[in-house]
Design a protein around this ligand. Structure first.
Ligand code: NAD
Length: 352
């Protein structure tokens, strides 16, 4: 367990209480990352924390604040790259008792997690490296990069695209989903998004039972906000996946509700989609549901299918009753009260 920064420790404690209430025996190993780790261990992502995840192979983490500016590599990006957690899975479904514009939303964003503009290949404006890159690009193809431009590169590899495409189709098949929609802009970014789309076209042939379509990312955004019920699994490169998973969170009632998993061949790290919410940190009012539902995904990953379903049901029961709600849902309950209500709903269901 990595509690993280901001509201992280608050929602992490709530999650731990609910997961313990399932009766599944979990040996917790708490490790720091983020601002807390910088203070105590001198690094944002201490090697011991990485080793602990490698050791247990699964982790659940709270959000981590990424200091804006020079010299800091995002801990989240580093974790995903160092552990090769190439697939992010983010389900967003209509939850009972949460008022939203659309009903019947049941989406899963599957986002490539290691490549694209988030690969971290960047050249600072005015740096000798940026100048060298500009000269090289001029030589290579007459490309003109203004001398006052900062540059971020967008690599998308054939191997990286194939593994996420296959992951998404396998996921759709295993979870009996209706279809896979691939979002891209291959008409403009022919050699990066083009690789992504090409991989989908090639691999889809092996999944004749999984309907699929491709659509430009801008058009997809417009359609999603109008008719989200038309979509099911959204397979997206890294940057689009990041943006659209927040959009999907918005569709079903906000960031406080959406869980997520980062999955690789060897390791898996579960975390809410939301960030460290500095605006409400330390006040005990954050909604813990996103991290609690991430905990349910962790339980399912471990094969604890009944406990996972029980946590999801307990969340539904509490939301449907509507008696205990945090501020983002229009109530005034605390993080702890929400967790206690969910834990009670779990044990009440057990007793039936
Ligand atoms: P944020 O998700 O932290 O907050 C956006 C808004 O949503 C805020 O108004 C916040 O109060 C609200 N919110 C978020 N989670 C909530 C919850 N559980 N309950 C109630 N309200 C909630 O996004 P941000 O402000 O853009 O980012 C803050 C920091 O978090 C940044 O440093 C960013 O880099 C980091 N971040 C980390 C992760 C992660 O660790 N996975 C993800 C996103 C952002």
């Amino acid at each position: 367990m990595i509690p993280g920064d901001g509201i992280g420790p608050e929602v992490a404690a709530a999650t731990r209480a609910v997961l313990d209430a399932t009766g599944v025996s979990i040996g917790w190993d708490e490790r720091p990352a983020g601002a807390a780790a910088l203070e105590t261990a001198g690094a944002l992502l201490p090697e011991e924390t990485l080793d602990a995840i490698r050791d247990s192979r699964v982790a659940i983490k709270g959000p981590i604040t990424t200091p804006v500016g020079e010299g800091f590599r995002s801990v989240n990006v580093a974790l995903r790259q160092d552990l090769d957690l190439f697939a992010a899975v983010r389900p967003a479904r209509t939850l009972p008792g949460v008022r939203t514009r659309h009903q019947g939303v049941d989406l899963v964003v599957i986002r490539e997690n290691t490549e694209d503009l988030y690969r971290g290949i960047e050249f600072a404006r005015g740096s000798p490296e940026a100048a060298a890159l500009a000269r090289e690009l001029e030589d290579l193809g007459g490309f003109e990069v203004p001398s006052d431009a900062g540059v971020t590169l967008k690599p998308i590899s054939v191997s990286g695209a194939h593994r996420i495409v296959r992951f998404a189709f396998e996921y759709a098949r295993a979870n009996h989903r209706r279809k896979v929609t691939v979002g891209h802009k291959a008409t403009v970014m022919r050699y990066s998004d083009g690789v992504f789309l090409g991989a989908a076209q090639e691999d889809a042939v092996d999944y004749p039972d999984v309907p699929w379509e491709d659509i430009h990312i801008d058009h997809l955004s417009a359609k999603l906000v109008r008719r989200p019920e038309d979509f099911d699994v959204l397979l997206l490169p890294n940057l689009y996946g990041d943006i659209l998973s927040d959009l999907c969170a918005g569709l079903v009632g906000g960031l406080g509700l959406i869980p997520g998993a980062n999955i690789g061949w060897e390791y898996a790290v579960f975390e809410a989609v939301h960030g460290s919410a500095p605006d409400i940190a330390g006040r005990g009012i954050a909604n813990p549901i996103a991290m609690i539902l991430s905990g349910a995904m962790l339980l399912r990953h471990l094969g604890e299918l009944e406990a996972a379903a029980a946590v999801e049901r307990a969340v539904d029961v509490v939301l449907e009753r509507g008696e205990v709600r945090t501020g983002d849902l229009g109530g005034d309950a605390s993080t702890t009260q929400m967790a206690e209500a969910i834990a009670r709903a779990l044990t009440a269901a057990d007793a039936q």
